[in-house]
Design a protein around this ligand. Structure first.
Ligand code: EPZ
Length: 431
């Protein structure tokens, strides 16, 4: 297994381009199951979770071709054509499903297409309990029965019928799954208290361009006029993946800590409002245009409290990188992780690097700073904390080794090359 070897303390400078959003690309690929035509995609990130989703579709009978885009802006790999017409199976491959959470989204289109879907418990980041009860409740409202046998979940619907369903708590992947299932249901579905993350309206726009009728995605109430089981979805143009807001936000945080001048290109600052306000509150120089941000290392970073929330609140996926910034802030900052119940564990490693961390309860911690960080050997627990370790190592004095790089490769494309071009000392070494 490869590892990253990082020498901290370098000043970064330059321009960096953000890749396509993992959590949009994965849902687009899953949505292709519903289509009656090949579907072309651009700006697909070359990351492990996308490779797993592609394998999942191929195991069911889809054909996937890597191609050069019509506009020639893309190199191969970032542009794919998925032909879903050969899909015959409605059961997700067990081993692949266990490797990433987004695999569950495929059950929405499988139900729409075949009236049934089966899967093992989906894997993904170890960030607390990740139940599927809301999926079961929502799909039941649309008419799908659920049973569990031999560690496999089975969903079956003689007929999917539109329903009025309220999420107990807004769930991103459950909102996407229900939206996808409802596209080929009979009648109107209303999803209330739905998640509003930018990847959700982007997914709805894609489906609408192909013939679906979805309104309100990106707000808490989504209405889907079902096409019925015989309705057709036909893709006409290549669908472009939106910029990864979590990669962009993490780079902004890295810039605030280490860069004399950093420009982040091909990003969507409008999706990062809460982070940018937190950075400004901490005294960081940030300038943002429609698709770029410019960040400079702050001479003095001020303490600022952070509470993760559903979009448009502060994203849980930026909590770990932001906490690295807080280790360098003057004073006490309180971190309140409200979305997941085991997402502060990585702070134990950051404390071993020299940070002053007090754990209050599983959801809350206090960081007192600034404290110098020292390089260490660490293991990536999940992709977001893994990238936070990379940021901490770039800030720290001396050398760090980060193991379990697969976790980082799940969500970030070529991270070491991108950072090295800015002047970071980071190498991938085969262990
Ligand atoms: C999505 O996960 C993202 N994953 C996560 O990104 C992200 O952290 C999360 O949304 C929150 O923004 C993908 O899009 C693939 P949720 P998801 O369901 O959909 C509870 C990354 O690193 N819940 O919105 O799994 C759940 O436990 C990943 O890219 C239930 O109780 O998150 C949590 O407390 C990590 N029952 C809350 O809802 C359910 O059936 C919100 O989670 C489903 C969820």
């Amino acid at each position: 297994m490869p590892k990253f070897v990082i020498q901290g303390g370098k000043t970064l400078k330059g321009k960096i381009t953000v890749s396509g959003a993992k959590n949009h690309a994965l849902k687009l690929l899953a949505a292709s199951i519903l289509f009656d035509s090949p579907v072309a995609f651009e700006n697909i990130p070359e990351i492990e979770d996308v490779f797993r989703m592609s394998e999942l579709l191929e195991k069911m009978g889809a054909k996937i071709n890597v191609r050069h885009s019509v506009s020639n802006r893309e190199t191969s790999g970032h542009a794919l054509i998925v032909d879903p017409r050969g899909i015959k199976k409605s059961e997700l491959d067990r081993e692949i499903t266990k490797r990433f959470r987004a695999s569950i989204v495929a059950i929405g289109p499988l139900l729409g297409r075949f009236g049934k879907a089966a899967l093992a418990h989906p894997g993904g980041c170890v960030i607390g309990e990740r139940p599927i009860d809301i999926f079961i409740e929502g799909l039941a409202a649309l008419g799908a029965a659920f049973k569990e046998k031999d560690e496999t979940y089975f969903f079956e619907a003689k007929k999917l019928a539109g329903a009025d369903f309220t999420f107990r708590v807004p769930s991103v992947t459950a909102t996407e799954t229900l939206m996808l299932a409802a596209v080929k249901a009979d009648g109107k579905t209303i999803l209330r208290n739905a998640a509003m993350e930018p990847e959700i309206p982007a997914l709805a726009d894609f489906l609408n361009r192909a013939g679906a009728s979805i309104h309100g995605a990106g707000t808490a109430t989504i209405e889907i006029d079902g096409l019925g089981p015989d309705g057709k979805l036909i893709a006409t143009n290549a669908e472009r993946v939106i910029p990864d807001r979590i990669e962009a936000g993490s780079l902004a945080i890295l810039g605030a800590l280490t860069a004399s001048d950093l420009t982040i290109e091909k990003c969507a600052p409008e999706h990062l409002g809460s982070l940018l306000e937190h950075l400004k509150a901490a005294g960081v120089f940030v300038k943002a245009g429609p698709d770029w941000m410019r960040i400079k290392r702050a001479k003095k970073i001020g303490a600022v409290n952070v509470k993760t929330r559903e979009y448009p609140g502060f994203p849980t996926d930026l909590q770990a990188p932001f906490c690295i910034l807080l280790t360098q802030a003057e004073g006490r900052s309180e971190i309140f992780e409200t979305i997941f119940d085991n997402r502060l564990e990585y702070l134990k490693d950051i404390a071993r690097m020299g940070a002053d961390v007090t754990f209050c309860d599983p959801h809350r911690a206090i960081i007192a700073g600034p404290t110098p960080l020292r390089g260490r050997v660490m293991e990536s627990p999940d992709l977001r904390a893994g990238l936070a370790f990379v940021i901490a190592a770039l800030v720290a004095e001396g050398e760090s080794e980060i193991h379990n790089v697969y976790q980082i490769d799940r969500g970030y494309e070529n991270v070491e090359d991108k950072l090295a071009r800015l002047g970071a000392s980071i190498r991938r070494v085969s262990a």
